[in-house]
Design a protein around this ligand. Structure first.
Ligand code: ACO
Length: 323
């Protein structure tokens, strides 16, 4: 049994915050942000939550796939910014859409979260254990930012993307590669937990996302091309056979460097970071959904996907589009 992606959906918060808006509340500029990152604006949540955006993205994906809530038997949300420790965001989505027969849980693989969720779903579908999975990448990163740290907070945004994948006789998830390197975890971290245990003396101060931008850049531009090459080869293809490279939207310079290392035209690297910023686990499914709704994805196209980020973690896949 194989995996076929049959629908996508996404949801962004209503509020749009431009680089110029940020320059009114911190010492930054549109020139600095856009020239180094490619980001011009991002959506930030006000009333929206990780669960509400996940639910909206899920409903759109279900509509796009022509699937009812009763047919879904697995829900996985990749997120580092669920609204609660428990219940899981996936369980909140289950309740909201009425997927009464689904098993639901979250996973934390940071910016690789959607890709890890895709591979977990694929493993379940292959065994025949489940037939129809709803996979989501969703983040409200604005609540994890130190808004006095201009080097990091300007990069991120909020949103959710979803896809429906279904067991099928012919496999369209042609190959997959995943990896982790916990030794380098501190280059992109968010401790963000206070500890009230009376036996432990810890700071009650919350801490926020902190990043060594240059180390993250080095990690991304060395690991991602190798992972993509390995996956494309495992799929029995060459880089020339790939129609689009749908990568985690961290930074335009990372995308350009990956394109250069693979010797592929940048035109094959669609972007959403200009209007979304970096939305961690949500960035790959949001971009995929934008492309799907723009009619860019045609039956038989080969799409390479890649996520990379905190953990450190990374994953890539080659998908044959047949929605
Ligand atoms: N506005 C204006 N000036 C700024 C800002 C800002 N928002 N942020 C930092 N600066 C200043 C710094 O204070 C510093 O000033 P100084 O020279 O007077 O000390 C100067 O700009 C350079 O700062 P650096 O941090 O060295 O900037 P760098 O050129 O490395 O660019 C960036 C930072 C864009 C984050 C870069 O390191 C990068 O591209 N990293 C890749 C990592 C990445 O994209 N991470 C995203 C999240 S991780 C992920 O999703 C995998």
């Amino acid at each position: 049994m194989g995996t076929r992606m049959i629908g996508t959906g996404s949801s962004l918060p209503k509020a749009v915050v431009t680089n110029d808006d940020l320059s009114k509340i911190m010492d930054t500029s549109d020139e600095w942000i856009s020239s180094r990152t490619g980001i011009r604006e991002r959506h930030l949540a006000k009333e929206e939550t990780t669960a509400s955006m996940s639910t909206e993205a899920a409903r759109r994906a279900m509509e796009n796939a022509g699937v009812t809530a009763q047919e879904i038997d697995l829900i996985i949300v990749g997120t580092v910014s669920a609204d609660h420790v428990t219940p899981a965001c996936a369980c909140e989505v289950q309740a909201a859409i009425g997927a009464v027969d689904a098993v639901a849980f979250d996973i934390n693989a940071a910016c690789s979260g959607f890709m890890f969720a895709l591979n977990i779903a694929h493993a379940y579908l292959q065994t025949g254990f489940y037939k129809t999975a709803l996979i989501i990448g969703a983040e409200t990163l604005s609540k994890l930012m130190d808004w006095s740290d201009r080097s990091t907070c300007v990069l991120f945004g909020d949103g959710a993307g979803a896809a429906i994948v279904r067991a099928d006789d012919r496999n369209r998830l042609l190959a997959f590669d995943q990896g982790s390197d916990g030794i380098k975890g501190s280059v992109l971290a968010c401790p963000n937990r206070s500890n009230n245990n009376p036996l432990v003396e810890t700071s009650k101060e919350l801490s926020y996302v902190h990043m060594d931008g240059q180390e993250v850049y080095k990690f991304a531009v060395t690991t991602v091309p190798v992972s993509l090459q390995r996956t494309i080869q495992a799929a029995g293809l060459t880089v020339e056979d790939i129609d689009y490279f749908v990568l985690h939207q961290a930074n335009i310079r990372i995308l350009q460097a990956v394109a250069k290392r693979l010797k592929v035209s940048e035109d094959k690297f669609p972007i959403s970071l200009d209007h979304c910023g970096n939305i961690s686990a949500a960035s790959v499914p949001i971009l995929l959904d934008e492309m799907n709704r723009q009619g860019l994805l045609k039956s038989g196209m080969k799409i390479a996907l890649a996520g990379f980020g905190g953990g450190l973690t990374w994953a890539s896949a080659v998908l044959e589009w047949d929605a």
